[in-house]
Design a protein around this ligand. Structure first.
Ligand SMILES: Cc1cc2nc3c(=O)[nH]c(=O)nc-3n(C[C@H](O)[C@H](O)[C@H](O)COP(=O)(O)OP(=O)(O)OC[C@H]3O[C@@H](n4cnc5c(N)ncnc54)[C@H](O)[C@@H]3O)c2cc1C
Length: 491
């Protein structure tokens, strides 16, 4: 087996890995950055729009008073005390300075109100990448800097094993042809992004895993979690699904933004679950995490129901409802549109989606129920109750606001958009200490290993919270913490 030698191996080049590498680069600590994909990136590059921070210079300039006390207590309460307080504290205290680091890395952010309508009036904590395309390009430019300083960036190369005997001896890696190399190193930082790409781990934790629409990093297969566990790391935790938004499919989803079918799923229309019952105030659509949790709670799939008259209305009219993803895809400073339509392509988009299965069209309600295998009586009851709510502008059960009770659903051609709980990854993995070292059940750190980003337990009790940018902010900061600690320990 070929052998390479370095001080630190960084596994994964997403938010946590690129951040760790940047810190090692600044400290002149030799490292090798591994990336399974053919270019650097991960969910942090192709997906995330911003980071959470407190006490950044921008927040100070704007007089934001929400600081450590509010964030620490708020987060702890929100998660019912199922948090690693030391880790949370270290992350929060470094999060403001992390904003300066992002700028130094060529990934500048600007503090902005939340991208979610439900959180527009939350404290100003969300720092959004100034320009999404530029962020991607600047991320891709970082490896050249690292290499020029004498480090290596190995793409299409995955960590697969460790040689460990009372300390790290080597990281074993495999290239895309399966050829293995031994990288002798003193420290390894696992920044490989959780386990949403591992079907077995997903099925073991989530009963609805087959229905979940994975918009996350599919190359993340739990490598770091599994290897740390093999060495005795405690991985006990509630499963934490990074459920965020919902969408019909990988073809029709909010990252593509090119189908009227997707637009209609982003509005508070009528939704029924797989038992044909309404299950939530559809206004939850304006809170990404809660929206997805509501879908996860009904086994990962539900139906958006519209009749032909509603489709025709959207085709020709401007409708006073906001597309929930409108704000996310505005660049910094751009004014979001608060209405939808007219959507001239809507009929063509729906007809196309009927042929591919994202939409099911019933000639009448009975036909729709038969095709979806829903109990007709339950479906009739749900529609009758909803139509009554629209007619009276009063939603007795789910309390949807009158100005959102716009479209009843009558018999005749009826459409059901098949909507899935979307996930951006997973957020449970390895128990770590404040230095991001994995620990055993007894709390003893496993020497020479660091585990960061989506691989880590300790920030979330059972789901993603409505603290926008927290996962990505933590990924950058935890990578930075691990690099700092590894460098310190090398001394
Ligand atoms: C569409 C989308 C939108 C998002 N938006 C936001 C947002 O606005 N705010 C927010 O806070 N969070 C957001 N997130 C989540 C955020 O991107 C993640 O929490 C963050 O990127 C996690 O960082 P990470 O380094 O742990 O994982 P990643 O950034 O996913 O990086 C993991 C990397 O490791 C590589 N890898 C995996 N296994 C191996 C291996 N064995 N060897 C070598 N390399 C390996 C992967 O290929 C990948 O490049 C979003 C995620 C998605 C998918």
């Amino acid at each position: 087996m070929k052998t390479l030698t370095t001080s630190v191996v960084v596994v994964g080049s997403g938010s946590a890995g690129i951040s760790a590498s940047f810190d090692l680069y600044q400290r002149h600590v030799p490292f090798i950055l591994l990336e399974r994909g053919d270019k650097v990136g991960g969910a942090g590059k192709f997906g995330a729009h911003g980071v959470f921070a407190i006490n950044s210079k921008q927040q100070q300039a704007q007089g934001v008073t929400y600081g450590y006390r509010e964030a620490f207590q708020g987060f702890t309460d929100y998660n019912h005390y199922f948090v690693n307080g030391e880790l949370l504290a270290r992350f929060l205290k470094a999060s403001g300075e992390n904003v300066d680091r992002l700028a130094a890395m060529g990934l500048p952010v600007t503090v902005e109100p939340s991208e979610q309508k439900a959180h527009l009036h939350d404290p100003l904590v969300y720092h959004k990448f100034n320009n999404f395309k530029e962020k991607m390009a600047n991320w891709d430019a970082l490896p050249a800097k690292f290499v020029a300083a004498g480090n290596q960036v190995l793409t299409e190369t995955a960590a697969v094993d460790l040689d460990y005997d009372d300390g790290l001896k080597a990281v074993i890696v495999a290239d895309k042809n399966g050829e293995q190399t031994r990288i002798e190193a003193q420290k390894v930082i696992f920044a490989d992004g959780g386990y949403c790409g591992d079907a077995t781990m997903m099925a073991a934790k989530y009963a609805d895993s087959a229905e979940l629409l994975n918009l996350g990093e599919r190359k993340a297969d739990g490598t770091g979690i599994k290897l740390a566990k093999q060495l005795g790391a405690d991985t006990t935790h509630h499963p934490v699904l990074f459920a965020h938004g919902c969408a019909p499919s990988r073809n029709i989803n909010p990252m593509r933004r090119d189908s009227s079918v997707e637009t209609l799923t982003n509005l508070p229309l009528l939704w029924v679950d797989q038992t044909a019952n309404r299950f939530v105030n559809e206004d939850v659509v304006y809170d990404f995490a809660m929206w997805a949790n509501a879908a996860h709670n009904v086994n990962g799939k539900y139906y958006v129901l519209v009749d032909q008259a509603t489709l025709d209305k959207f085709k020709t009219s401007e409708v006073p409802l906001e597309d929930t993803f409108e704000r996310q895809f505005c660049e910094v400073g751009e004014t979001p549109k608060t209405t939808v339509g007219p959507l001239p392509n809507i009929q063509a988009d729906f007809d196309a989606a009927v042929t591919t299965g994202e939409v099911v069209k019933g000639t009448d309600l009975a036909d729709l129920a038969r095709q979806l295998q829903l109990p007709l009586t339950a479906l009739q009851r749900s529609l009758a109750a909803y139509n009554q709510a629209v007619a009276t502008k009063t939603d007795e059960v789910f309390l949807k606001a009158a100005d959102e009770l716009l479209f009843d659903v009558q018999d005749g051609p009826v459409y059901a958009i098949v909507e899935h709980c979307a996930i951006l990854g997973t957020l449970d993995g390895v128990n770590v200490n404040r230095n991001c070292e994995p620990v055993t059940k007894a709390g003893a750190p496993i020497k020479d290993l660091y585990v960061v980003g989506n691989n880590v337990n300790g920030l979330y009790s059972d789901g993603y919270p409505s603290y926008e940018g927290i996962a990505n902010g933590f990924a950058f900061v935890s990578g930075w913490i691990a690099a700092k600690e590894a460098a310190q320990s090398l001394k």
